[in-house]
Structure formats: structure tokens, C-alpha cells
Design a protein. Structure first.
Length: 404
């Protein structure tokens, strides 16, 4: 077995616990590791102030116990490295003006692109802190750099660290493949994991307490998330794609941290569909769902309103969504599942729903096939079918509804 060569940042003039930005010295260590054909860059105990760092193929960034990377609050300490991106709305004039997206939007504390075999491994007690850097020219006129950007990276592992106070998305995985994420904690900031155009991903044993969407992305394929805790003041999931499963997860509101744009804590929706117009999305969204999950305290269980531009659901439609062995409590408002001219199936099996509102629990339109298999409605509950029909359900319920 080949011995992994290790490179300690202390050997490159880096000093812990000082108020000086040390990007150049840490980058020199990373570059030396790259020139040696790869290896492990070691961040020892202590805090280190940085701007933008760039990783390369076959490099492991290892944060030892007590290691803290602090993002600089000075925007000029960051650069975008001209990272190529497959996210097309970043180049669309309508969305650039709507969200106030700068041309340098794709910049971060840690970046890699067009690379293979990258690992960011944190030992217990290691932290990456974006320090919520403010950028008056950034998105929404306040968002700063991303936390971690991995663009077109294959064979990526993220493990063990805590990410705090990201000034924008904590993790941007754009066009990545073969991704393994485990035991990562996210606290505050904005989105937790953005997964646009990414494939073959597993996420396990993570704790997400976000100020925006916990998971976001479209054209996501083969994603399995298991044994995770999701807490947010926005949407737990804003996703679209193929073969997406959340298993043995706890979704719980209200958010520990506020929604960064609205300064509110309530969870908006557990699942909100995502398929935005400017991007190339090759397939309709299929086989998305939850198994063996607990869901509690949110405005809506799900929100699908095909074609809705304001909701960013104006590209490929969603064809099927399911819940299996799921317990749902504390939903406050009517969930929407409307095809608006496109057929879709909504399937619930072995689901317990405790809905207290007198408003309809669910509203569907004539394009939706509804499959209920042993769905236990704890209280009398209303389902709205189109504009003129209602179904009243209570207790253990099994039926298939096709609009006629």
C-alpha cells in the first residue's frame, strides 16, 4: 500500500490564533502537496483566518481536533478562481436581476473544480466558520462567499467537521459524482447542501440546522440520505431529480436559526419541488420520497405547483412522490400537489397524519392520481380535489383516487 505523504501547514510559516489572514501560506502547503502528486494537508489545533483556498485532485484536507478555519470578513480576501459552473440561472439576466447575483457569485472559502479524489475530513471538534461575511454587492445585497464549492469533482468525501455561519450556501456540489458525506454538522448560515446536476451521492448521520434550505438542487440523480436531522427556518428540501430517497430521518421545526432573508423561524415546507427554467434538465423528476421518517412542525408537508415560476417549478414536471412508514404531526397549512396539465402520482403507505387545522390537509388537481394504503388520519381531515370536490377521511384509510 502506498504511503500517504502528509504536509503540515505549520511547516509553511502558518501561525495559529493570530488575527492575520494566512491564505497564501496555507495555499503554499496545498500547492506543494499537489506538486508531490497528492497527499494529506494537515490543519492542526488552533484557529486560522483565511480567504479562498483551492484544492486539487488526490488531496485530503484534514482538520485535527480543535482546528478552526475562520473565513475572513473582508470580501477582497476572496477570489472566484473562474470556476466553471453548470448552474445556468447564474448567467440568466432575469434571475441575476431578481436575486441581485454578482458576476463573481461562485466564490468560497474552499474550492475545487474538474478534479478527482478529494476529501475534507474533520476530526471531532473541528470547525469551519464562514463568519457570515457581509457583501453589499452580493446576492440579495448582503450574502457573501459560499462555504465549500466543489464543481465537477468526482469521488468526493466530506466527513466529521462542523460548518458554522456560512455567508451563503454552506456546500455547493455542482456537477459532482460519487459523493460520500457523513457526520457533518451545519449550524446557521444559508443552505446546507446544494446538489445541482450531481449524481451518485450518499449522505448519512448528519445534523443540519440551517438558515435556509437544508438540501437544495435540481437534476439530482441517485441521492440517498439516511439517519439525518433536518431543522430549518425555510424548506427542509427544495429538490428535483431522479431516485432521491430520505430514510430514517427526523424533520423538525421550527428553525433553531432564523431564515436569513425574512428573519423568521417557522419551517415553510418539508418538500418543495425544484426545477428552474434556464437550466438544462434532461429528465422528468421521478421516484422521490421518504421512508421510515418522522416529520413535525412545518407550514406545509409538500409544495408542488407545476409551472409556477415564482416557486421555481417552471421546467420539467414531477411525476411521482411517495411517503412510506412516515409519521406526520404539526402541519399547519394546506399542502399543494398540482400537475397543472402534467400527470403525476402521490402515494402514501403506512403513514400516520395528525392534522389539526379545519382547512384541507391536501389540495390536488385533476392531473394527480392519489394512492393511500393504510394511511391513518388521527383526526377528521379534508382533501380538496380541484375546485369543487372534497374527500373526508378519518382513521385507517386505503383507496386509490383518479379524477374523472
Amino acid at each position: 500500500m502506498k504511503t500517504i505523504e502528509k504536509f503540515n501547514i505549520m511547516d509553511f510559516g502558518v501561525e495559529p490564533n493570530i488575527a492575520t489572514v494566512q491564505t497564501k501560506s496555507i495555499q503554499a502547503c496545498i500547492d506543494t502537496c499537489r506538486d508531490a502528486g497528492g497527499g494529506e494537508v494537515v490543519i492542526p489545533r488552533g484557529s486560522y483566518l483565511v480567504g479562498s483556498l483551492k484544492l486539487y485532485s488526490d488531496i485530503t484536507l484534514r482538520l485535527k481536533t480543535g482546528a478552526i478555519l475562520l473565513g475572513s470578513k473582508v470580501i477582497d480576501d476572496y477570489e472566484d478562481f473562474k470556476v466553471p459552473t453548470s448552474i445556468q440561472y447564474l448567467k440568466d439576466e432575469y434571475y441575476k436581476q431578481l436575486w441581485h447575483l454578482p458576476d463573481y457569485y461562485f466564490y468560497a472559502m474552499i474550492t475545487a473544480y474538474e478534479a478527482t479524489n478529494i476529501k475534507i475530513i474533520g476530526e471531532p471538534g473541528s470547525i469551519i466558520n464562514g463568519q457570515d461575511a457581509f457583501d453589499e454587492n452580493g446576492e440579495e445585497k448582503f450574502r457573501g462567499p459560499m462555504g465549500i464549492i466543489m464543481s465537477n469533482v468526482k469521488d468526493l468525501s466530506l466527513e466529521g467537521y462542523t460548518f458554522e455561519n456560512s455567508a451563503n450556501w454552506s456546500h455547493t456540489l455542482d456537477g459532482c459524482e460519487n459523493v460520500r458525506i457523513k457526520q457533518v454538522t451545519i449550524q446557521g448560515g444559508h443552505d446546507g447542501f446544494n446538489l445541482h446536476h450531481s449524481r451518485k451521492m450518499t449522505v448519512s448521520d448528519c445534523r443540519l440546522e440551517c438558515g435556509d434550505d437544508c438540501f437544495a438542487g435540481y437534476d439530482v440523480e441517485n441521492l440517498t440520505v439516511s439517519h439525518c436531522y433536518l431543522n430549518t427556518g425555510c424548506n427542509s428540501l427544495r429538490l428535483g431529480g431522479v431516485d432521491i430517497t430520505f430514510a430514517d430521518c427526523l424533520f423538525s421545526g421550527p428553525g433553531r436559526y432564523p431564515h436569513r432573508s425574512k428573519d423568521t423561524y417557522h419551517t415553510h415546507a418539508i418538500f418543495k419541488y425544484y426545477a428552474i427554467r434556464p437550466d438544462e434538465i434532461p429528465n422528468d423528476a421521478t421516484n422521490i420520497g421518504f421512508r421510515n421518517c418522522i416529520i413535525k412542525d412545518a407550514d406545509k408537508l409538500f409544495y408542488y405547483d407545476n409551472g409556477n415560476e415564482e416557486a421555481n417549478q417552471n421546467n420539467r414536471p414531477l411525476r411521482d412522490f411517495y411517503l412510506e412508514n412516515v409519521h406526520v404531526t404539526g402541519i399547519r397549512h394546506t399542502s399543494l400537489f398540482r400537475g397543472n396539465g402534467e400527470k403525476a402520482q402521490l402515494s402514501l403507505k403506512n403513514v400516520v397524519i395528525d392534522f389539526e387545522s379545519k382547512a384541507p390537509f391536501l389540495e390536488i388537481d385533476e392531473n394527480i392520481t392519489l394512492n393511500f394504503d393504510k394511511v391513518d388520519f388521527i383526526k377528521p381531515t379534508v382533501i380538496q380535489i380541484g375546485s369543487g370536490k372534497r374527500i373526508f377521511v378519518h382513521g385507517l384509510t386505503t383507496f386509490k383516487f383518479v379524477f374523472e
